[in-house]
Ligand binder design. Sequence first.
Ligand code: SAM
Length: 262
Amino acid sequence: MVAEERGTSVSKPPRRIRIIGIGSGHPDQITLEAAAAIESVDFVIAAAKSADDPLLESRREICRRHGAPELVAVPDPPRDRNDPADYTGAVTDWHEARAAAYEQVLLERDGDAAFLVWGDPAFYDSTIRIVERILARGNVEFDYDVLPGISSLQVLAAAHRIVMHEVGQPILVTTGRRLAAAVEQGHDNLVVMLDGGLACSALAGEPRWHIWWGANLGTSHQELVAGPLADVLPQVEAARARAKAASGWVMDTYLLRRPAVR
Ligand SMILES: C[S@@+](CC[C@H](N)C(=O)[O-])C[C@H]1O[C@@H](n2cnc3c(N)ncnc32)[C@H](O)[C@@H]1O
């Protein structure tokens, strides 16, 4: 006998939004947990930065492999990338515009949805913040969960077969635009992400810096360079250009370390 026949009501489980880390490039980096989560949803929402966005195609391939949920491509709202004076304000406006665009998709469709987040959702990715914004707008009700992915940080360390810090020492993860300030503050073991302009070039005058660099990590066009920064910088630049030519996109992450003077 079903519950309704017994006179009790069964509430429908809340709609679910799943924020799924998908690793840093290769479809084999998807965890079993992430694969099951992709298969569990009715559709996937993905930002399209352009009509031929190569990262959108990677997500399409992942959907094809895991239950083939529909991929709903949402044109990404424009963002002020000219290093605006109010950087945080510009990013907040962009997040709000993204939240409004994704909310529209959720209003137009029923069922559970997923966001496939590059690497791990905890590192330099705002999907969690944007999903919280959609909830705060109050027009769509849902629960959400977050599934970890393999971050580019981890792929970099594994590819170079290194531990990211000396025994018991700390590590700072930062961005290209904050690298100079972090070095100024005395940090000497740093992972740098979001650095389209190789900000480490400015440190090449100090011979103690060593770099472990990787581009398009985890993909068949992965490039790796390691060595004293001043010596290998030209190799890094050439490898970066190769990765871009081969994949149509380039993303790089690197570890910089300067041994203490004893
Ligand atoms: C928006 S952040 C996303 C980071 C991601 N959530 C993660 O855990 O790796 C983009 C930055 O991540 C790094 N990145 C992501 N995928 C990469 C890859 N396959 N190879 C090298 N770096 C990558 C680059 O520093 C890039 O500028």
